[in-house]
Design a protein around this ligand. Structure first.
Ligand code: NAD
Length: 513
């Protein structure tokens, strides 16, 4: 793990040196599936190539799991469930602590590999690995209470409820901050007593392998944690359709969520969806404008803008529009685009050249739809080798434009303006999404009214997104179903059972007497 002084000293050359042996291992071994405690090739022996978006070179081959691999993994998870569910709390807690320790020990490798595999900047990835460990610790500490329920006596019975693990679950994750997001799902599932089959995104398989390896090293029993790599339409689909899998925790695009709902219908899957967003940040004229500016820039351009909670629509009060935009233009123009392993870099390459094309296509669309590109919208000069996009700022966007509605998922900020509080609310609510919203005002009453009326699962007032693990995380409308965090996670990974015991005083109707 990085010490503080190491953090300060860390530089680009050191990071690249650290990467070299890790890459050599990956090239040699590739990324494998982990099923029933065994590392293995896909049953078909098929593989696909994984590239870095830094220069589109091949990192390694990845096992291309399909239905047969999912079948083996789901059966392994089913078999392991019977034992794992009944482990004593303390024993289960201790093993999750050990996973957290392993993650912390390897935080540097995780961050460097994640940066190289996804293009995410090292300055953010260090924290991401540590947050992964924190997720395991946090949910390990909740195990003792996870099974709690209520007591509801009636006149003749005592009723009480308990929660029990639902069974083997499927965890399907996307390519943005994949390490941290995977831990967010897997830690509460294991804490609840479920076993898992993880299907990582095909564009970012590297740290998912490392994570499973660390869990294995921590002593997790065989079959409790299984990882099957492969494409969504094959491996992912088979996972959502498998009879033994009782629930699917999915993070990804809204349209994929619809597919999963259909695929899981025949086996009545419980689903938890964390989907897309088009999140507004609303800045009133009475806000602390310097802090608001910092938050607007951070919440759109950090993590390459590939962040579900990023504020991609700035809704700005007309009286502060010109001043705020001048400062915003300067800040966006100053963002340092570069190699993600360089600690000075603020924006790295997009996950893949296909996503780079998608983001750039929205710049072309902005021009077509009559919006004005103030910054970016193209490949940065001299950076045609990787999947880079210049940080982009567009004004004159309206809700009737596609750009006002669709998730770009890149360093791409659209700006709208408003006159009245009511107009700000209706602009904020004008998309089908509802994940997060950010409100900047010093007027307490207004902040409470806005928080009530803006349609989103999570609202931050005078703040960027700061995650507090016990709080409910999730979206409304097309942004998701269900909540993560604290006890909300256990509601998903566990079944509630009611038990009713009679005092032997109630009447039992007699038939056939
Ligand atoms: P995606 O939906 O394309 O893929 C996500 C995962 O689903 C991948 O593992 C993929 O292989 C799998 N998949 C694809 N088709 C499938 C199918 N038919 N059946 C089963 N699995 C299938 O998403 P992405 O492009 O990897 O990620 C970006 C999206 O994720 C964005 O829309 C972003 O907003 C969203 N996201 C949301 C949150 C949140 O908390 N709401 C967090 C992170 C990312």
């Amino acid at each position: 793990m990085w010490s503080k002084s190491k953090n300060e000293d860390m530089n680009f050359i050191e990071n690249k040196e650290r990467l070299t042996p890790l890459l050599a291992d990956l090239k040699k071994e590739g990324v494998k599936n982990f099923i029933g405690g065994e590392w293995q090739a896909a049953a078909s022996k098929a593989t696909f190539e994984n590239q870095t978006p830094i220069d589109n070179s091949v990192i390694c081959d990845v096992a291309q799991g399909e239905e047969r691999d999912i079948e083996m993994a789901a059966e392994a998870a089913k078999k392991a469930f019977e034992d794992w569910r009944s482990w004593p709390h303390k024993k289960r807690r201790d093993i999750l602590y050990r996973i957290a320790e392993e993650i912390e020990k390897h935080a540097e490798d995780i961050a460097i590999l994640e940066s190289y595999d996804t293009g995410q900047c090292i300055r953010f990835m260090k924290k991401s690995a540590i947050r992964g460990a924190a997720n395991f610790r946090y949910f390990a500490d909740q195990i003792i209470d996870a099974g709690h329920g209520d007591s509801m006596p009636d006149e003749h019975h005592i009723n009480y409820s308990i929660r029990q693990p639902i069974g083997p679950v499927g965890v399907i994750t996307p390519w943005n901050v994949p390490f941290m997001l995977s831990t967010w799902k897997i830690a509460p599932a294991l804490a609840a007593g479920c076993t898992i089959v993880h299907k990582p995104a095909e564009l970012s398989p590297v740290t998912a392998q490392l994570l499973a390896r660390l869990a294995d090293r921590a002593g997790l029993p065989k079959g409790v944690w299984n990882t099957v790599n492969g494409y969504g339409e094959t491996a992912g689909k088979a996972l959502t359709e498998h009879e033994a899998i009782k629930a699917v925790a999915f993070v990804g695009e809204t349209t994929t969520g619809s597919h999963i709902m259909r695929q899981g219908a025949a086996t009545l899957k419980r689903v938890h969806f964390e989907l897309g967003g088009k999140n507004p940040v609303i800045v009133f004229d009475d806000a602390d404008l310097e802090r608001a500016l910092d938050a607007v820039v951070f919440m759109k351009y950090s993590l390459n803008g590939e962040r579900c909670t990023s504020s991609s629509r700035l809704i700005l009060h007309e009286s502060i529009y010109n001043d705020f935009m001048e400062k915003l233009k300067t800040r966006v123009g100053n963002l340092k685009v570069g190699h993600p392993l360089d600690p000075n870099t603020e924006v790295g390459p997009m996950i893949h050249s296909s996503h780079q094309e998608k983001v750039l296509s929205y710049a072309a669309l902005a021009r077509e739809e009559g919006a004005i590109i103030l910054k970016g919208g193209e490949i940065p000069e001299g950076m045609s080798e990787g999947a880079y996009v210049m940080p982009t700022l567009v004004e004159g966007v309206t809700p009737d434009m596609r750009l006002g509605q669709e998730e770009v998922f890149g360093p791409f900020l659209s700006v709208l303006s408003f006159k009245t509080e009511q107009e700000a609310i209706s602009l904020a609510n004008s998309t089908r999404y509802g994940l997060t919203a950010y409100i900047w005002t010093k007027d307490v009453g207004r902040s409470i009214r806005m928080a009530r009326d803006v349609e989103a699962g999570m609202i931050w007032v005078n703040s960027q997104n700061v995650r507090h693990l016990p709080t409910p995380f999730g979206g409304v409308k097309y942004s998701g179903i269900g909540r993560d965090g604290g006890d909300y996670s256990f509601d998903f990974y566990m079944e509630t059972k009611n038990i009713s015991i009679a005092y032997d005083t109630h009447t039992i109707p007699q038939l056939g007497v």
